[in-house]
Write a protein that binds this ligand. Structure first.
Ligand code: SR1
Ligand code: MG
Length: 399
């Protein structure tokens, strides 16, 4: 059993030489630390020609973006690697390939994805990837169906629920999504001009009950092995491909959480583009984000239904009409969770470049206001929006 130590670049190269699985590991000579997320160290391991060949990722014993004052379990590296390995079984085309894990060092080795770009960065730059929403819908349908009671033997499903208990990472989500934005909390972060709007969230009894209901579902509904943090910064894209990464929040939860997180991040971009792009490009980008939300849901639900018709294992769940009924609930959850993602990324501590990168203070505040108002509308309307077209119509009504 290895003793945990935080890797230097030299350690990462040495480790990659041992565990990359490459035919000629001695070609690996240099490491670049490229982690720009909130939590971990990420090293690109380069060969003698300076080409990145493999990735070494290590969890730190604290939240990287905050520092040692916020300690965090190292077991998240195991949970991340095992979630990705599980998802890779069911969607190898859309999941990063983890090839090695050492849980005691909190280190994993995975395929290099240098030809891919982070979807959020591309969206912020005004670039669209027409295939991405369909591929994300396909990924989510494949992994969520295949890890659920529709597909697994009940003994295996229960063993998986236990294996993927992710107490500390879930607690972060429980606090940041469902608590902080609706109370006065030092982690919250928004401009003073928005105080009246944020205060009105705290005082909105109907909203607070709807958020409580969503949190309760997040706490209790072990429907499938979720990615747990599938925002556009956890998705790599090329013109033809898409891969999910960064699954340290993976656990058994409600399917609508993953769909809602993805939809919420498309809507954060929708809210931010007027501050990032020229008016004509912004209008085009907005139409694209709404079309992507429709495609994401259509692909997910079509693929989920096809799979349920062909391979539902449980005789009761296989009864005609049940999968459709279940998907209605997933849809309703997804809209609600989407609303909570919009609010926690604007009122809470963890903001996104789609809005933070807006240089003009007034414009940025207007975009934040729009996202908060949209989030509240969606949380409250979630049970009354029957399909993706109606959702888009409702989004367009919120100015
Ligand atoms: C303290 S971690 C803050 C956020 O970063 C991660 O990417 C998750 O989205 C988490 O909520
Ligand atoms: Mg992440």
């Amino acid at each position: 059993m290895s003793q945990y130590r935080t890797f230097t670049a030299t350690d990462a190269v040495e480790y990659a030489r041992q565990f990359s699985g490459l035919e000629n590991p001695q070609q690996l000579t240099q490491a670049l630390e490229v982690g720009d997320g909130n939590l971990n160290l990420v090293f690109k391991i380069l060969d003698q020609q300076g080409k990145s060949r493999v990735i070494v990722k290590q969890a730190l014993p604290y939240v990287r973006c905050v520092g040692e004052s916020w300690p965090l379990t190292l077991d998240r590296a195991r949970l991340e690697a095992e979630t990705l390995i599980e998802h890779y079984k069911y969607s190898p085309e859309h999941t990063v390939h983890v090839t090695h894990l050492d849980a005691s060092l909190a280190v994993m080795v995975m395929e290099d994805l240098s030809e891919y770009k982070i979807w959020r960065g591309e969206l912020v730059a005004g670039k669209s990837y027409p295939q991405a929403a369909r591929q994300l819908g396909h990924y989510l349908a494949s992994v969520l169906f295949s890890t659920s009671d529709f597909a697994l033997h009940p003994h295996e499903k229960k063993a998986q629920v236990a294996r993927f208990i992710n107490t500390e990472m879930c607690e972060i989500t429980e606090d940041l999504f469902f608590n902080d934005p609706y109370i006065e909390h030092p982690r919250n972060d928004y401009p003073p001009a928005l105080e009246p709007l944020v205060a009105s969230l705290r005082e909105d009894a109907e909203l607070r009950i709807a958020v409580a209901e969503l949190k309760h579902r997040f706490l209790t509904h072990a429907e499938a092995l979720l990615h747990g943090d599938i925002h556009t910064g956890s998705v790599f894209v090329t013109d033809s491909g898409l891969k999910a990464i960064d699954a340290e929040f993976g656990y058994y939860g409600p399917m609508g959480f993953d769909l809602g997180t993805a939809m919420g991040n498309l809507l954060l971009n929708y809210c931010g583009v007027p501050g990032l792009l020229a008016p004509r490009e912004a209008a085009e980008a907005r139409d694209q984000r709404l079309a992507e939300i429709i495609t994401l849901w259509q692909t997910f639900s079509d693929e989920f239904l096809t799979r349920s018709e062909q391979s539902t294992r449980d005789v009761a769940l296989a009864v005609p009409g049940y999968a459709q009924k279940f998907l209605q609930k997933v849809w309703c959850d997804a809209i609600g969770f989407c609303g909570t993602e919009l609010i926690r990324r604007t009122v809470g501590m963890s903001h996104v470049a789609d809005i933070s990168n807006i240089a003009d203070d007034m414009m940025r505040t207007d975009c934040l206001r729009h996202a908060i108002t949209l989030g509240r509308t969606l949380i409250l309307a979630a049970g009354h929006i029957s399909d993706a077209e109606s959702l888009v119509a409702r989004i367009r009504q919120v100015a």
